[in-house]
Design a binder for this molecule. Structure first.
Ligand code: CTP
Ligand code: CA
Length: 224
């Protein structure tokens, strides 16, 4: 509503959001992916839009459709995501909700790989993908004023997320426990801990929508 009226606390702000998984090709018909649905990143983009921001939404192949009223830049691979992010900067704030593949297949085949009949097995070689969050966090010129990363962990969530924040150089980390028992990966709810320079804040278990709204309000406050 606020966005439609051209008002809201993020009016005049440009915010970048990455979302979804990436797909890393093995050959033209096969890829490596992960279980990210894109639901939380999509909800964050919508919540930022609702507060009046201009949102650039760089998304891998997600299960959920992108929100209306944002600029959508669809990508497949981590390398494409890195290029798309560079192309939409500068931004006032950037939220890196994507589950970026850590590795791509270095020896991806240009044609469909075929069984040769002898039972011999293919060997995949890997190369590390660029760390998009770290590179934007460490920009010398044109760094967004607020850089927010995510940390999906299955154990020692707060410790890993706090270390991640320091290592990457981002301002905040939104950490969550994505162990299978939590139902968070692929589910409608999230239970996050927000790590900032002032320490850790545990939020209640909320819908991904409500979590997004709360994060968007915090971002608006931080940019004020
Ligand atoms: N991220 C990124 N580019 C990558 C890897 C991760 O931008 N190549 C971002 C994610 O979008 C997320 C944050 O970095 O905001 C943390 O991602 P995560 O996978 O938890 O961290 P990693 O550094 O990859 O560590 P690990 O997977 O080993 O826990
Ligand atoms: Ca990772």
């Amino acid at each position: 509503v606020e966005a439609a009226l051209g008002t809201g606390p993020l009016k005049g702000r440009h915010v970048l959001v990455t979302s979804g998984p990436t797909h890393e090709p093995i050959d033209p018909v096969r890829y490596i992916a992960n279980r990210s649905s894109g639901a939380q990143g999509t909800a964050i983009a919508a919540a930022l839009r609702d507060l009046g921001a201009r949102v650039s939404f760089v998304t891998g192949p997600a299960d959920v459709p992108p929100p209306a009223g944002v600029e959508v830049i669809p990508v497949q691979t981590a390398q494409e995501m890195a290029e798309a992010v560079n192309s939409v900067l500068p931004a006032d704030a950037a939220v890196f909700a994507a589950a970026v593949a850590d590795w791509r297949v270095a020896n991806a085949a240009g044609q469909k790989m075929k069984k040769d009949g002898s039972g011999s097995l293919p060997t995949l070689e890997f190369a590390e993908n660029p760390d998009i969050l770290a590179s934007v966090s460490q920009l010398q010129a044109g760094r967004p004023k607020l850089v927010v990363g995510f940390a999906a962990e299955t154990h020692d969530v707060e410790r890993h997320a706090t270390e991640k924040r320091a290592r990457k150089g981002c301002d905040w980390i939104v950490a969550n426990d994505v162990s299978p028992g939590t139902g968070i990966m692929g589910g409608a709810e999230n239970a996050v801990t927000l790590i900032t320079a002032n320490g850790a804040e545990t939020w209640p278990r909320l819908t991904k929508h409500e979590t997004a709204r709360r994060l968007a309000l915090r971002i608006a406050e931080a940019l004020d």
